[in-house]
Design a protein around this ligand. Structure first.
Ligand SMILES: *[C@@H]1O[C@H](CO)[C@@H](O)[C@H](O)[C@H]1NC(C)=O
Ligand SMILES: *[C@@H]1O[C@H](CO)[C@@H](O)[C@H](O)[C@H]1NC(C)=O
Ligand SMILES: *[C@@H]1O[C@H](CO)[C@@H](O)[C@H](O)[C@H]1NC(C)=O
Ligand SMILES: *[C@@H]1O[C@H](CO)[C@@H](O)[C@H](O)[C@H]1NC(C)=O
Ligand SMILES: *[C@@H]1O[C@H](CO)[C@@H](O)[C@H](O)[C@H]1NC(C)=O
Ligand SMILES: *[C@@H]1O[C@H](CO)[C@@H](O)[C@H](O)[C@H]1NC(C)=O
Ligand SMILES: *[C@@H]1O[C@H](CO)[C@@H](O)[C@H](O)[C@H]1NC(C)=O
Ligand SMILES: *[C@@H]1O[C@H](CO)[C@@H](O)[C@H](O)[C@H]1NC(C)=O
Ligand SMILES: [Cu+2]
Length: 568
């Protein structure tokens, strides 16, 4: 290269850099090859579904406002879809991923180039499969860093550390799901919990693989956490160390100091950890929170090791374990979740809808259905389990609901999802009449007008048995303005709403036999799934869809579909 060319390249480089700083947005590209890969855990091997052979899968890194193209190639032998959890995809539901809601599955041998349009998200999000139970192993982080020229609303951490919580079955996950569906009862509990794919020292044959995180004394680290487990909320803590929560679900929070945290499937939490203890090794640990006294669950504990750099002699043979709340400590779970507040500063403002045009009350229930003739079911009294929102157990269509809406194809869904429970009763009473247990089976959606300001109250019920439900909404974040135990009181409870700095989330655990009120502005046109993030409850039908109509302006309308949408 001669000198003139070098200068040209340099000038061009500076120009590009300048352009980046000015526009603050870049196009980032990833290849995702879905494949079957052999993994050994707990002394036994099996084939799992992975992206690029990795479990957990690759981390996607981008900056606020970027667009990421992920070229998904399905080399596995089963259908798959991929969802970008917490990304709003303004006006572009086509890439969202839930099977038969926004797309037909990517079939074996097929490709789908997914465009992930980031907007105001900043922090930790994640991605996962959204078909069958494949997300058990097909998941990874999606990290959205501050734009170039801006920084975190706290001192820059020395390093960022992924902490992905998950669970592991010795059995093939597809078989676990099929057995569960056929038997009609609860799914087989997992055999281990994991941190970054590893069960840790407290399980047989797991010591060598235990996740180890090296830290320098005096430095501060950011843990980018996601709960990718299938069916349970988790408690998490680090021995002798305080945690400072600074963000949840891709939005900043006021710093919250705590000794433990509760994180539901679907949620992400950003945590600052300062290595300010004597040089040593310390366990971080996580276990399931389980409030249902009748259910069997995996009550094991997963660990990873925080290892201080430098020379020191360890006085004890194994690192100190943190103390976690008791597995059934409902107050500890709710206390943490309700302590979170939006940062709400000039640089990170909030925009809570103050006048409401649509008020919705949705009951969340576990239900039962009669067992198919000639089969044995393992749900209550020989029935099979089901679940519902406003007494509707959602029957998945056989084709893309979004495609049917866009092309005005009739007969795929109805638009009569009720605003309120069709039958009012004392939702959280003990010993509810078993006549309340049978739901209606339908594919009903809720239509919202562009810019509707929505208040949605989720009411957990004690039908069959009350339990938390981590409700997740696609296409939106929402403000959690209130929550409580018992029945929602339309007159009294709104007086206690937090409209000043409510946390902005896209997954919120509705308390057991309690309620949670959320608010959002329906300014993202499209077809958006809303569901419980416990996989067994989704399989039982605890899900529904919002269709948000186009507005009048050119920038208030859905964008057209890409050419390579998978076909059914
Ligand atoms: C580890 O193996 C031993 C001996 O087989 C068994 O007794 C113990 O329950 C196992 N522990 C776990 C956590 O699986
Ligand atoms: C975990 O479950 C096992 C088997 O169900 C039980 O024996 C054990 O006591 C439980 N441990 C805890 C800590 O609950
Ligand atoms: C029920 O099972 C029996 C024995 O397997 C079979 O003969 C019968 O046809 C089955 N009935 C139905 C309705 O499937
Ligand atoms: C349960 O509900 C059914 C139908 O509404 C009613 O006939 C029955 O008396 C109720 N049972 C109890 C114990 O309340
Ligand atoms: C739910 O729907 C079914 C079927 O329409 C109906 O029989 C039942 O009474 C409804 N239950 C409630 C609690 O609304
Ligand atoms: C709901 O109804 C559809 C259509 O009749 C049926 O195929 C499906 O199996 C039903 N689902 C449940 C959970 O009963
Ligand atoms: C939607 O609401 C925003 C914010 O209040 C406003 O700027 C915009 O004009 C509204 N658009 C429509 C179509 O109502
Ligand atoms: C895979 O998807 C296609 C298209 O929707 C469907 O026809 C087929 O039954 C699916 N295969 C399985 C095993 O579910
Ligand atoms: Cu649920």
């Amino acid at each position: 290269m001669n000198i003139a060319m070098k200068i040209h390249v340099l000038v061009f480089g500076l120009f590009m850099l300048h352009g980046l700083i000015r526009s603050h947005a870049a196009l980032v590209r990833y290849n995702f090859v879905v494949q079957e890969t052999s993994y050994t855990r707990l002394c036994s091997s099996k084939n799992i579904l992975t992206v690029n052979g990795q479990y957990p899968g690759p981390t996607i890194s981008a900056r606020k406002g970027d667009t990421v193209i992920v070229d998904v190639f399905n080399q596995a032998s089963q259908n798959i879809t991929i969802h970008w959890h917490g990304v709003k995809l303004p006006r572009y539901p086509w890439s969202d991923g839930p099977e038969f809601i926004t797309q037909c599955p990517i079939q074996p041998g097929a490709r789908f180039s997914q465009k992930i349009i980031l907007s105001n998200e900043e922090g930790t999000l994640w991605w996962h499969a959204h078909s069958d139970w494949s997300r058990a192993t097909v998941h990874g982080l999606l990290v959205v860093s501050p734009k170039i020229g801006t920084t975190f609303p706290f001192p820059k951490p020395h390093a960022e550390i992924p902490v992905i919580l998950g669970d592991w079955w010795k059995n093939d996950i597809q078989t676990v799901m099929e057995d569960f569906m056929r038997r009609g009862g609860d799914p087989a509990p997992s055999d281990a919990l994991t941190i970054n794919g590893q069960p840790g020292d407290l399980y047989n044959c797991s010591r060598l693989g235990t996740t180890k995180i090296n830290v320098d004394k005096g430095k501060t680290y950011m843990l980018r956490m996601a709960n990718a487990a299938m069916n349970n909320i988790m408690f998490f803590a680090i021995a002798n160390h305080e945690l400072i929560v600074v963000g949840t679900d891709g939005a900043y929070t006021k710093p919250l100091k705590t000794n433990y945290l509760a994180i539901s499937p679907g949620q992400t939490i950003d945590v600052l950890l300062t290595a300010n203890q004597p040089r040593n090794r310390y366990y971080m640990a996580a276990k399931f929170y389980n409030s249902n006294p009748r259910s069997i669950f995996d009550n094991t504990t997963t660990t990873a090791i925080i290892k201080y750099n430098g020379k020191y002699t360890t006085s004890t043979p194994s690192p100190a374990l943190p103390s976690l709340p008791a597995f059934n400590d409902r107050k500890a779970s709710t206390r943490f979740t309700s302590s979170l507040r939006s940062l709400a500063t000039t640089d990170h403002p909030i925009d809570v809808p103050m006048t409401i045009s649509r008020k919705l009350l949705y009951t969340l229930s576990i239900n039962t259905l009669p067992c198919a003739s000639n089969t044995t079911c393992y749900g209550p009294r020989g029935n099979r389990f089901s679940a519902s929102i406003n007494n509707i157990t959602f029957d998945d269509p056989k084709t893309s609901l979004l495609g049917a809406y866009y092309r005005r194809i009739n007969g795929v869904y109805g638009d009569e999802f009720p605003d309120n429970p069709p039958f009012a009763f004392d939702y959280t009473a003990i010993n509810l009449n078993s006549s309340l247990q049978t739901p209606k089976n339908a594919t009903e959606v809720k239509i919202l007008k562009y810019n509707d300001t929505v208040e949605l109250v989720f009411q957990g019920t004690n039908v069959v048995s009350g339990i938390e439900h981590p409700m997740h909404m696609h296409g939106y974040s929402f403000y959690v303005v209130g929550s409580g135990f018992g029945n929602f009181d339309r007159k009294r409870d709104p007086l206690n709403y937090n409209l000043v700095d409510p946390p902005l989330r896209q997954t919120i655990a509705v308390p057991q036999n309690g309620w949670t009120a959320i608010r959002f502005r329906a300014n993202n046109p499209g077809v958006w799934f809303m569901h419980c993030h416990f996989e067994r409850h989704v399989s039982w039908g605890m899900e529904t869809v919002f269709i948000v109509k186009n507005g009048k302006g050119a920038h208030e309308r859905m964008l057209p579909p890409p050419k390579d949408m998978p076909k059914c």
